[in-house]
Structures are given as C-alpha cells and as structure tokens.
Design a protein around this ligand. Structure first.
Ligand SMILES: [Zn+2]
Length: 192
C-alpha cells in the first residue's frame, strides 16, 4: 500500500531516536537518578557504531569526591584527583569506568609529572610527585590494596590548576602508562 511506503522513513527516524534515548540511562552510568526503575532492570545497550556524540553526551560522570576525573583506558577506569590549594594536599581515588565504584590497586605508590602553568613571576615549571597509598580502616583498604593515594607538597600550595602525566597505574592486571591529564576544577554554576 502506498501509505506504508510514506510512513516507513518516519518510522526509521523514530526508531533511531528511541535507540538514542535508551542509550542515556546506561546501566552503571546513571547517577543521582531517583526515578530509576526499581529492581535495577538492565537495559540492553544498542551495539551502535559511530554514535560517539550520543555516547559522550550520555557519559557525564560525576566525580564522587568533587574532584577532577581522568579517564584510564577506554572507559575502563578513572582516576579522580582533588587538590586542596591551602595545604598542597593532592588526593587521588581510583574508580571504575563510570566513576561509580572505587577500584583497588596493589600499587603502593603512583608517580606523576606535574606541570605548573607560568605565572607573572616565573615560567612554566615541572616536577615529579609520588602519591602514597592510603589505608582506610572504614573501608578495609590497606597499603597494597587500596583505591586512595595522597601526597602533600609545598609546590602545590596555592595552585588551582595544573597539567601532568601519570606515569603508571596498575590494577587488576591492567597497566595504564603515561596518562596525560589536565587538572582544572570547574567553578560552581559553570554547568557541563
Ligand atoms: Zn560510563
């Protein structure tokens, strides 16, 4: 019938749109969504190709400690960093690909190169930092089996933003090397 020929293209568009909508509440990526279906029913993720824009839009992960997320691998894991400029303490937490759960590492330290931007007083500067594993009796994390690392550095006092390279992070048999990152906390109200 002629009508079905007319309708078909519209149906196709609708189907694509529905697929895009289904993509958004990706299991494990949704956070702070009280309207989530009870029972945690899983929604199959369409095996879409070339949908990077939609995927990026769906992946606005929140840093659980209010820090800055650095992706490790391809949606494998995250390193969340949070710097207290007053004390120069830099904390780092290892999280899963959607930054929802902590991941423990057997490493007892994480080394990184820090690059500070130029100021009116001096040019760009760089130095090495070693973050030590942090034990946490509350979570049962111990040195050699923890998701948290930390260092306090004079050189980080008063610093708001910096760039750097994480030299190596090992966990669960995976190794992430030379991970470049930019630590630039977003101010309040700046949205995405
Ligand atoms: Zn995700």
């Amino acid at each position: 019938m002629r009508v079905s020929a007319m309708v078909r293209p519209t149906m196709t568009v609708t189907t694509v749109a529905a697929a895009a909508l289904l993509w958004l509440p990706m299991p494990g990526c949704e956070r702070g969504d009280p309207a989530a279906k009870p029972g945690g029913q899983k929604i199959p993720v369409p095996a879409s190709a070339g949908n990077d824009a939609a995927e990026a839009a769906a992946h606005q992960h929140l840093a659980p400690h209010g820090g800055v997320l650095v992706e490790l691998g391809d949606h494998d894991a995250n390193a969340e960093m949070l710097l207290d400029p007053d004390t120069g303490r830099l904390r780092l937490w290892l999280l899963d690909g959607c930054a929802a759960n902590s991941l423990r590492s057997e490493a007892d330290e994480i080394r990184m190169l820090v690059i500070l931007p130029a100021t009116p007083d001096r040019g760009e500067s760089m130095f090495n930092l070693t973050l030590d594993a942090v034990a946490n009796p509350l979570t049962g994390e111990t040195l050699g089996d923890t998701s948290e690392f930390s260092v306090t550095s004079e050189d980080l006092r008063g610093v708001r933003a910096f760039k750097g390279v994480i030299q190596r992070i090992e966990m669960h048999g995976e190794r992430y090397s030379d991970v470049s990152f930019e630590y630039a906390p977003v101010g309040r109200g700046s949205g995405s």
